[in-house]
Write a protein that binds this ligand. Structure first.
Ligand code: ATP
Ligand code: MG
Length: 387
């Protein structure tokens, strides 16, 4: 017996998009996520992807959890791969699923037979396996409509695959199928959730982070890198571009009216993000903004920030309440990192009375006080960290 992973793809999604492109990209993403566990064979047949390792000692629970985070996957399950002799199938079912069979009260057996030359048809496999398990586990009753446990026996390409109920996959579209975008990643709660949401819609996501040492610490940077690590689990890989932002912030503080500090800083962040995105062929910028959450996220402030964008800015959380954002943050495993107390560059030099509804004309007037070459050459000073 060998343990493998079976992955089911989204049928509905496959109809709408180019199926081959979807499948090829998903297989590539799965292969890349599996590298850290061993040498994986990953192949697709009939809307199922099989993941099998050459090594014997792979932690298949970790592999299962990792697969459950890859976008484009509807369900995923661990299965025993065994020979197709029917006596053997029954015994393997009994031993491989013994824990589940001992604890369930009701069950049913499901069978799929891709290999039509097999001497038993699907109803026969179901009936005979069910009868055998009923004898072996006196705690069990059959319930074909609402069973606690569904035992599945699949026979295909010369092997039998035996498994219990699959777990839900991450859903969505394979990362990369929708193109490439740049996430403005802070150390907060919102931006990792925004990145996750857009990666789920098939974007390959890279991150840009602005830091202002010595006002922001090394620990603040580590926190952002940890959050990028959480996102990598979903996105497959993650580059973080770190922008040295201290001098720009100091210049804004020194030259402009304090009340406009935050909005001007945010406009410079977005200008730099758009320029960097362009350099790496990313076609959109993603932020974690949510309408009305803070002074820089009023409609007026967002309009002022947006005015400097040279490409679409995606704000997937714009209409989402904080509690719902927190729920997703917990779900993806980012929350405990996001709430660590290290400062972000946005909280450096915050004005006492920030303009909540600035007009673009006012902001431009303030910005005119800054040197024209304020961000010249900044792209060359950005550090790239591959997570
Ligand atoms: P978050 O929880 O994502 O930090 P926030 O509620 O603290 O968001 P702001 O500080 O106004 O809100 O930031 C709004 C958005 O601007 C963030 O969601 C993020 O996309 C971007 N942003 C803020 N600070 C940074 C930073 N230091 N580097 C990169 N992007 C940032
Ligand atoms: Mg923040």
């Amino acid at each position: 017996m060998k343990e493998v992973i079976l992955i089911k793809l989204g049928e509905l999604v496959l109809k709408g998009l180019n199926r081959n492109k979807f499948e090829d990209l998903l297989l590539k993403n799965i292969r890349s996520s599996m590298k850290k566990y061993g040498t994986a064979k990953v192949k697709a047949a009939q809307s199922t992807v099989y993941v099998e390792f050459e090594e014997e000692d792979v932690d298949m629970d970790a592999v299962l959890n990792s697969c459950a985070r890859i976008f484009g996957i509807v369900t995923v399950v661990k299965a025993a791969k065994t020979n197709i002799d029917f006596e053997n199938i029954k015994e393997e079912t009994k031993s491989y699923l013994s824990m589940e069979l001992m604890t369930a009260k009701t069950f049913k057996v499901n069978a799929k037979r891709a290999d039509k030359s097999y001497p038993l048809n699907s109803p026969q496999i179901m009936a005979l396996t069910g009868e055998y398990l009923l004898n072996e586990f006196p705690n069990l009753k059959v319930d074909v409509h609402n069973p606690e446990l569904t035992v599945t026996v699949e026979i295909r390409e010369g092997f039998a695959y035996i498994h219990a109920d699959p777990i839900r996959g991450a859903g969505g579209l394979p990362c990369g199928i929708s193109g490439h975008a740049l996430l403005m990643l802070s150390g907060g709660i919102d931006s990792p959730v925004a990145g996750y949401s857009m990666a789920k819609r098939g974007l390959r996501v890279s991150s840009i982070h602005f830091e202002s040492p010595p006002y922001t610490s090394e620990r603040a940077r580590d926190k952002v890198m940890s959050l990028a690590g959480v996102l990598r689990e979903y996105c497959g890989h993650m580059d973080v571009f770190v922008v040295p932002f201290t001098e720009i912030q100091e210049k804004i503080r020194d030259c402009c009216n304090e009340d406009y500090f935050t909005i001007i800083m945010r406009r410079y962040m977005l200008r730099i993000a758009c320029a960097l995105a362009d350099k790496y062929n990313a076609k959109a910028v993603i932020t974690g903004e949510s309408l009305g959450q803070v002074a820089s996220q009023t409609l007026g402030a967002i309009a002022c920030t947006d005015a400097v964008a040279t490409m679409p800015v995606f704000r997937p959380l714009i209409g989402t309440d904080k509690q719902d954002i927190i729920n997703v943050s917990r779900h993806i495993g980012a929350f405990d990192i996001s709430v660590l107390p290290y400062e972000d560059c946005c909280t450096v030099f915050t004005p006492k009375h920030p303009k909540t509804n600035p007009s673009i004309a006012e902001v431009e007037r303030e910005e005119a006080k800054l040197p024209a070459d304020l961000i010249d050459g900044i792209l060359d000073r950005i550090e790239r960290v591959s997570i």
